[in-house]
Ligand binder design. Structure first.
Ligand SMILES: [Ca+2]
Length: 563
């Protein structure tokens, strides 16, 4: 996608007066917007249940601030991200599906570096003849992330997606745009690696980071200084906290609140993107809460992770308390989300691998629900009805038009065609409709569908996930080389190694334990065609079969195997 694209002029009445306001000194009553993104935040990591019932996993970590926010705002029970960090972050930034941006794996720090793996040479897929069709090589992808379409910057970075970032549009509309925390949307040496080039006017700790070097403890300067020497690719601008015993989550929260003083004083609307490094690796304890979880009988890894989750909860509480203290809580939209499913493949988190997101199957990097379904909450007093469930499926690229609409920006120009859908009506009118219903129990509330006539969003809309790589230098069959599509209750998973098409009925089988493809060939065919249509339209990266050098077939090309 390279040609100019102009949004339809549907927002003419809203957009023009607001844009005009931005340039003058009159009081500006547009809402402040805070987007609180938590890295690797699992669907069941808080005490807020995001499914039809409360699960044992919801009881592990103390998260009273998430619970309070959920009761005063709305819970999005079917929120999706991409399976991994950079794909989600670049989709939010540009409003485009990751299968289409071609940012399908986490970015390295250095330009041009491919982080994705092929099937290892010593795996059964490579060494056993009968399995050899499943020995796959990772395709070329956008290893440099997003190259921002901003004044003076051209589309001249190879293996990058050239797109207009939403933050620039918010800034141009008069928002004071603040970036605090993790970026992870471009590589060093490309324009996108700096949040300033994406449209932010303040940036703390956002840039190119290598997680093997980075740290979350002030005692080791967050990884920035080792043996008296500066270490590149670590979270910067946090010097005042070195050696103070301040965990990074707390330091970032303080920096965020500091940055908001100016726009509050100037009565300027602000957009804060607070992008927590927690609860991603390294799993380093937050000393404020660590001992408590050990005392409850958790192993050290579980207690470390639990303390990081509680640190994030306290951060959320501090943000909400600050808004009340400043008297701006009523005119601030707060959105909380995870950037991909909880990591179920990390031994440092303790416990038993691949169980942390139960009842969901698998975790981070997988196209099964545990990898892509994420916590999401929204609070906006008077506009989003409190205590409601919004069950329409939403996906990370929807944030692009939604954040802009929240800021009154509905008429804008982008070089990319935005694919995300505007959730404004769903979140406001939709939650208000849900609040007017009476439900016998939580399950009934969870099954309530907000009609498209109210929300503008088809509850059966297609949700596409695509992961054409191996994640680790070893085989992970339920993670590597998967693609999936969901419509309503049905979810199709395409396993590229075996060419299997699996079908799950999420209304009865949220854990994707029972493949019902054979019982519903028509649904399999419909979804396989819909998935293939999108992958072709996006010119999606597809892996190649090592023995033949040919691309893996599209899902609709393997339908014969079913019948
Ligand atoms: Ca992540």
């Amino acid at each position: 996608m390279r040609e100019k694209y102009f949004r339809p002029l549907t927002g003419l009445t809203l957009g023009l007066p607001l844009l005009a306001l931005a340039g003058c000194q009159k009081a500006d009553d547009r809402p402040n917007i805070i987007f609180f993104l938590v890295d690797d935040f699992g669907w069941a990591d808080t005490q807020v249940p995001f499914g039809p019932e409360v699960y044992p996993t919801n009881g592990r970590h103390d998260t009273p601030n998430f619970v309070e926010m959920a009761s005063e705002g709305a819970i999005l029970t079917n929120a999706y991200a991409c399976p991994l960090s950079s794909p989600t972050r670049t989709s939010i930034l540009t409003g485009v599906s990751s299968a289409h941006t071609h940012v399908t794996n986490p970015l390295a720090s250095l330009r041009g570096t491919d982080t994705a793996y092929d099937t290892p040479d010593d795996s059964p897929w490579a060494t056993v003849d009968s399995l050899s069709q499943g020995c796959l090589d990772s395709p070329r992808w956008a290893v440099n992330g997003v190259n921002p379409a901003v004044p003076g910057n051209q589309d001249n970075v190879e293996d990058a997606f050239y797109g207009t970032p939403y933050a620039r549009l918010l800034k141009e509309a008069g928002y004071f745009t603040v970036h605090i925390g993790k970026a992870h949307w471009a590589t060093a040496g490309t324009p996108g690696c700096s949040p300033y080039n994406m449209g932010f006017v303040v940036n703390v700790a956002g840039g190119v980071v290598e997680f093997s070097k980075c740290g979350y403890r002030s005692e080791n300067n967050y990884g920035n200084v080792k043996d008296g020497r500066a270490v590149p690719f670590t979270p910067h601008n946090l010097m005042e906290y070195y050696g103070t015993g301040t965990h990074i989550t707390k330091a970032l929260t303080r920096e965020a609140l500091k940055a908001l003083e100016f726009p509050i004083q100037e009565k300027k609307p602000f957009y804060l993107f607070l992008s927590q490094y927690a609860v991603h690796t390294p799993i380093q304890d937050d000393p404020r809460f660590y001992q408590k979880y050990l005392d409850r009988g958790m192993d050290e890894g579980q207690a470390r992770f639990a303390s990081m989750v509680e640190g994030v909860d306290v951060s959320l509480g501090e943000i909400r308390a600050f808004l009340k203290e400043k008297g701006i809580d009523k005119n601030t939209v707060l959105i909380v989300m995870g950037d991909n499913g909880g990591n179920s493949e990390n031994k440092n988190k303790g416990g038993i691998l691949h169980t942390q997101n139960k009842p969901l199957r698998e975790g981070k990097a997988s196209c099964y629900e545990g990898g892509i379904r994420v916590p999401m909450l929204i609070e906006w007093p008077g506009k989003v009805a409190p205590g409601t469930l919004i069950n329409t499926p939403v996906i990370c690229e929807d944030l692009f038009p939604t954040l802009l609409h929240l800021g009154g920006v509905t008429r804008y120009e982008t070089v990319q065609e935005v694919e995300g859908q505007d959730l404004f009506a769903l979140l406001t009118k939709g939650s208000q409709l849900a609040a007017r219903q009476s439900f016998r129990d939580r399950r009934e509330a969870y099954e309530f569908e907000i009609p498209e006539s109210v929300s503008g969003i088809d509850p059966e809309r297609y949700i596409v996930s695509h992961y054409p790589h191996a994640w680790k230098p070893y085989v992970l069959d339920d993670i590597d080389f998967l693609s999936s599509i969901r419509s309503g209750r049905w979810k199709l998973v395409y396993r590229m190694r075996t060419r299997d098409l699996e079908l799950y009925d999420l209304s009865e089988d949220l854990g994707e334990t029972s493949n019902v493809a054979k019982a519903h060939p028509d649904i399999v065919e419909k979804l396989a065609r819909a998935l293939s249509d999108r992958l072709r339209r996006f010119d999606a990266s597809m892996p190649t079969v090592r023995s033949t050098g040919e691309k893996v077939p599209m899902p609709d090309e393997v339908l014969n195997g079913l019948k």
